[in-house]
Design a protein around this ligand. Structure first.
Ligand code: F6P
Length: 234
């Protein structure tokens, strides 16, 4: 087993202003969350390793006693299991990169991936929802009616389906690796990743509740994916 951690970046200046998209920096509060996140993930990494070694030692005891049914050669696999590697993936946007910067890069392999960028809101980038409603009432209404398929007009504008499509490549990569990973994404990115790993219906993605300062961990087990949620309350 390994762990897949998913969170949004820490609070950004645009989050405070209620503006969508853009490439804002973290606020002081955002940095505080990022520090707490890095510390917590490192703690959980050590805890996972402890458990892994404990399980291995228990297993070894059983093998040596020779009393486990079905064990043929009593002493095998003397070397402890290798510690899993740890990756931290951010998007190419400042708020995500800055959140990742709080991790110790001698332990975590930190990488920025453009495919993890937030949905591109085209000509609505940098606007508040109220401003969109006022300046582009038809667009606002069209999105409200069919958020999944609605593609923002203007250069680079995307729909949820576009983002789902580009994230497929990241998902393939996550599933291929056997090591731990912490993904520092954005609202739409986190919605889509959670929906994928938890097997939710596509129609549920668009309004999944994924607040800032909330951390999800997914552990793929043979029978299902077990998920837990942690909330930052400082
Ligand atoms: O407000 C933060 C944000 O990540 C925006 O950058 C993005 O456009 C929005 O959330 C996505 O949420 P929704 O699809 O519900 O508008």
């Amino acid at each position: 087993a390994r762990q897949i951690w998913i969170t949004r970046h820490g609070e950004s200046e645009d989050n405070v202003a209620g503006k969508i998209g853009g490439n804002a920096k973290l606020t002081a509060r955002g940095h505080k969350y990022a520090t707490a996140l890095a510390k917590f993930i490192d703690h959980m990494r050590l805890k996972f390793r402890e458990q892994q070694l404990e399980d291995w030692a228990k297993d070894k005891e059983k093998r040596i006693s020779g009393l486990q049914p079905g064990v043929e050669s009593p002493i095998r696999d003397e070397a402890p299991p290798k510690e899993l590697a740890y990756s931290v993936w951010t998007s190419y946007l400042n708020r995500s990169i800055q959140t990742g910067e709080h991790f110790d890069d001698s332990i975590f392999a930190i990488k920025s991936i453009r495919l993890l960028d937030e949905i591109n809101a085209g000509q609505c980038e940098g606007m508040t929802y109220d401003a969109i409603k006022e300046q582009y009432p038809h667009e606002f209404e069209a999105r409200r009616r069919d958020k999944l398929h609605y593609r923002y007009p203007g250069p680079g504008g995307e729909s949820y389906l576009d983002v789902i499509h580009r994230l497929n490549n990241v998902i393939v990569e996550i599933e291929r690796m056997r090591d731990h990973v912490c993904l520092i994404g954005h609202r739409v990115i986190v919605r889509i990743l959670l929906a994928y790993f938890l097997n939710l219906e596509q129609s549920k993605i668009i309004d999944l509740e994924v607040p800032l300062e909330t951390l999800y961990v997914l552990e793929p087990k043979p029978y299902a994916v077990v998920s837990r949620k942690f909330v930052y309350n400082n």
